[in-house]
Design a protein around this ligand. Structure first.
Ligand code: ATP
Ligand code: MG
Length: 415
C-alpha cells in the first residue's frame, strides 16, 4: 500500500463542469501565487463513483496566512487546525494546508483530546494522515490528474474501506474514524477491510472519549444525510451504538422506521430536524423511565412532575455523550408530554393550538407503526391538525421569549 512514488492517473474525460467555476478560479490564483492547489478527499471519491460531492475540499502547500493574502474574502478559522474559508456568494470553500501526523502519538488513558495539533507537511505526508485510502486522492484541476499515494483508486474499484496505517493506532488517535468507517460503508455500500472491522470491535469503547459536539455532528452526518437506515444498520452490525446509547435495542423498530422516514424526507428535499430524530431515539427510554417513576411514586405523584423527571433523567444520561441544548430539550419534553393528550383525545382545542402539534402527531404516527398506538387515533389527529405552514393564533410574548422562539424556529423544522 505504501508505494514510494504516487500513482498518477490521467482523467481524460473529467467533467470540468462538475467543479464550481469559482473554486477553479481559487485554484488558479493559488497556482499563480506559486503554490499547489488540489481537490482532495470526499469530493474525488464521490466524483469517481458517479455521486454528487457534498462539498469540495482543497489542499495546498501554502500556509493559511499566505492563502489569505492570495485570495479575496478568505478567513482563517479553527484553533486546533488552522484552515482558510473562502466565501464566494452563498458558497464557502475550505482550503487546508498540507499536514502530517506528528510522530509517536501517545494516548494516555484519560486523554480526551486525541487528535494532534497543526503540524505542516508535504503532500505525501498529508495523504498518509488521512483516514481511509478512498479519502486520500488528490485531483489537479490544471492537468486533470489523480494522484494516489495509498492505493485509494484500487480500493475504490474493489469497493473496500481500508485504513491508512494500522487501524488500531488510527482509532486510538481519533475514535471518530470508527464512526466514519460505518458511515462510508453505509453511504457507498462498501465493505470494511477485515482489520478495520477487528479494530472497531476492539476499540469501540474509545467512543466514550469523543467530545459531545463532535459526537453530535457525526451522528447528524450518519443519520440525517440521506443514508440513515443504512448507517443505522452498519452501526448495529459493528455494535457501535451501544457505547453511546446503551439501551437502543429496545427502541430498534421505532428507530428503524424513523430512519426510513428521515431518508425519504431527505430525498424529497425536506429539511430534517436532528432534535426530532433524537426524540424518536429517546422515546423508549423515556416511556420506560416514566413507568418506573409511576410505579415508585404511585397515585400520590403529579403526572406532569413525573414526566419532567423522566425527561430530566434521560437527558442527564444522554448529555454524557451528545450535546443537546435547552431548546431541544424543551422541544422533546413537549412532544413527549403531548402523547398522552393525543392518545386520549384530550383537550382537543388546546392540543391543536400547541406549537409542536405537528411533530407530536408525527411521533404518534411512528408509535402507531410499531404497534404502540391505535392507527385510527393518528388518522383522527392528522385530519384535524393545522397544515404545515399554518399561521398560529398570536400570543402576547415577551421580548426574551420572542428571541427564543425565533431561534428555535430556525433550528427545528419538523412535521
Ligand atoms: P463527506 O464530506 O462526504 O462526509 P469526506 O470524506 O469529504 O466525506 P470530510 O469530513 O469532509 O469527509 O473530510 C474531508 C477529508 O478530510 C476526508 O476525505 C479525509 O481525507 C480527511 N478527514 C476527515 N476526517 C478525518 C479524520 N477524523 N481522520 C483523518 N482524516 C480525516
Ligand atoms: Mg467532505
Amino acid at each position: 500500500m505504501t508505494a514510494r512514488k504516487p500513482k498518477i492517473v490521467p482523467l481524460d474525460d473529467f467533467d470540468r463542469e462538475s467543479v464550481p467555476s469559482q473554486l477553479a478560479e481559487i485554484h488558479r490564483r493559488l497556482r499563480r501565487g506559486g503554490h499547489d492547489a488540489f481537490l482532495v478527499g470526499g469530493c474525488i471519491r464521490d466524483y469517481l463513483l458517479g455521486l454528487t460531492p457534498k462539498d469540495f475540499d482543497t489542499a495546498t502547500d501554502a500556509r493559511p496566512e499566505r492563502v489569505r493574502k492570495l485570495l479575496p474574502h478568505a478567513f482563517i478559522i479553527g484553533r486546533r487546525f488552522r484552515l482558510v474559508h473562502v466565501r464566494r456568494g452563498d458558497a464557502t470553500y475550505e482550503i487546508a494546508t498540507y499536514r502530517k501526523e506528528p510522530p509517536s502519538i501517545k494516548v494516555s488513558k484519560s486523554a480526551r483530546r486525541f487528535s494532534p495539533e497543526n503540524t505542516y507537511g508535504n503532500q505525501r505526508e498529508d495523504a498518509f494522515r488521512r483516514d481511509y485510502t478512498i479519502n486520500a486522492l488528490y485531483l489537479d484541476l490544471s492537468r486533470n490528474q489523480v494522484i494516489d499515494y495509498v492505493g485509494g483508486l484500487r480500493d475504490l474499484r474493489d469497493r473496500v474501506i481500508r485504513s491508512i496505517g494500522p487501524p488500531e493506532e488510527r482509532f486510538k488517535e481519533d475514535p471518530v474514524r470508527m464512526l466514519r468507517a460505518a458511515r462510508f460503508a453505509a453511504k457507498l455500500g462498501f465493505s470494511l477491510e477485515p482489520s478495520v472491522t477487528a479494530a472497531i470491535h476492539a476499540n469501540k469503547k474509545l467512543l466514550n472519549h469523543v467530545s459531545r459536539p463532535r459526537m453530535r455532528d457525526e451522528l447528524v452526518k450518519l443519520f440525517l444525510t440521506g443514508y440513515g437506515a443504512a448507517s443505522y444498520r452498519a452501526m448495529l452490525k459493528l455494535d457501535l451504538l451501544t457505547t453511546v446509547f446503551p439501551q437502543h435495542e429496545a427502541a430498534r423498530p421505532m428507530i428503524e422506521q424513523a430512519m426510513v422516514e428521515s431518508d425519504e424526507r431527505f430525498a424529497s428535499g425536506h429539511k430534517l430536524s436532528p432534535t426530532y430524530l433524537f426524540a424518536t431515539m429517546l422515546w423508549h427510554f423515556y416511556s420506560d423511565r416514566l413507568l418506573k417513576l409511576e410505579a415508585e411514586h404511585g397515585e400520590h405523584a403529579q403526572v406532569g412532575e413525573l414526566r419532567q423527571q423522566a425527561c430530566h433523567d434521560i437527558f442527564q444520561m444522554t448529555r454524557r455523550y451528545i450535546s443537546i441544548n435547552r431548546e431541544a430539550e424543551q422541544f422533546i419534553l413537549s412532544i413527549f408530554a403531548l402523547q398522552v393528550r393525543l392518545e386520549r383525545k384530550r383537550n382537543i382545542r388546546r392540543t391543536l393550538d400547541h406549537p409542536r402539534i405537528r411533530a407530536a402527531v408525527h411521533l404518534l404516527a411512528l408509535r402507531a407503526q410499531t404497534g404502540e398506538v391505535d392507527p385510527n387515533v393518528v388518522t383522527w389527529w392528522e385530519k384535524r391538525q393545522p397544515p404545515r405552514d399554518a399561521k398560529r393564533p398570536r400570543k402576547r410574548i415577551s421580548k426574551q421569549n420572542q428571541r427564543t422562539s425565533r431561534n428555535e424556529k430556525r433550528r427545528i423544522d419538523v412535521g
